[in-house]
Design a protein around this ligand. Structure first.
Ligand SMILES: [Zn+2]
Length: 311
């Protein structure tokens, strides 16, 4: 395929349409700025074509963050609507992201820094290269990055490495919710219009790892993602073994677990979890509404709540 080059999210021309499925309706993209993402159909394409510059910056940053967490997000019409109504991250957060991204993969102190890669625009929510350069200069002004005058290259200062240590240690209140669920094709709408919508309407980010090799086993990536989450939502429809593992692991960490299951599957629920107050949903809409209320009652509204509730 490889014929399209303008990214549906950021509009940049370093993108590849890798594949289409569902009779050409679903597009699978790889963008040098945004990363990998999926556009599920005509409605989402229309929503994407109407974005302002500031909105596409938010969406590109959101897609990139999901990639860094190991998931390939679906950029549905609903997701577009929610993400573009969020506020831009504040300057301090954008500088922190830039600093952490700059040393990603570095093996030793004093390695040369490169900021040319397009994904730096995404991670810093920058509209264009000038804005990114301004942020890099701000790190220099703060003494976290220095210019090596002999070679005109940049590297992290000792203060910069101290800051990086602090950022990596910091346990920020998380906006993330890990979703444990069946990967059955029939569950697709349940995730987008039910689980993810309910989580995002409550003001959090619903994240799932959707690679088939993760079925029924829990690996390092899933463990890392659960550790970073504020809570997890475990949907037992289809009774996938991995969901029981992931819910158990989260409980062991002391994280709140919200239990959901399609009403018709409730009778097969494993005995051990029947004690929990499970949301027995009938369809995605019912699930989204009840899940939002349960999350707000359990944890309070998340950081994106005020804007997510706007039309
Ligand atoms: Zn892009």
């Amino acid at each position: 395929m490889n014929d399209e080059t303008r990214c549906r999210v950021c509009g940049g021309n370093q993108a590849t349409l890798c594949d289409t499925t569902d009779h050409g309706n679903q597009e699978h993209w790889l963008c040098e700025r945004c990363g990998k993402f999926m556009v599920p159909g005509l409605e989402s394409k229309t929503a994407l074509s109407r974005l302002t510059d500031e909105q596409l910056v938010k969406l590109s940053g959101w897609v990139f963050e999901r990639n860094r967490e190991g998931s390939v997000p679906e950029v549905s019409k609903e997701v577009v609507g929610r993400v573009v109504n969020r506020p831009l991250p504040p300057l301090s957060e954008r500088l922190d992201r830039l600093l952490l991204e700059a040393v990603r993969g570095h093996k030793r102190f004093g390695q040369q820094l490169h900021f040319k890669a397009r994904h730096f625009l995404a991670t810093t929510y920058s509209l264009e290269v000038n804005e990114l350069n301004w942020l890099v200069d701000a790190l220099v002004d703060q003494g976290l990055v220095k210019v090596v005058t002999t070679s005109n290259t940049k590297e992290i200062t000792p203060d910069g490495y101290r800051k990086i240590d602090e950022l990596r240690r910091r346990t920020k209140p998380s906006s993330k919710a890990f979703v444990a669920m069946s990967f059955d094709k029939g569950m697709h709408d349940v995730f987008i219009k039910g689980l993810q919508k309910g989580i995002e309407d409550a003001g959090y980010d619903g994240v799932r790892v959707d690679k088939t090799e993760h079925i029924d086993r829990i690996d390092d990536q899933i463990i890392a993602l659960i550790r970073e989450s504020a809570f997890i939502v475990a949907d037992f429809t289809g009774h996938r073994g991995g969901v029981y593992f992931e819910a158990g692991f989260a409980l062991g960490l002391g994280l709140p677990v919200i239990w959901t299951c399609r009403k018709s599957d409730m009778k097969d629920l494993h005995f051990d979890i029947r004690q929990y107050n499970t949301i027995d949903w009938t369809g995605p809409k019912d699930l989204a509404e009840r899940l939002q209320h349960r999350i707000e009652a359990t944890l309070g509204k998340g950081p994106y709540a005020s804007l997510a509730s706007e039309p």
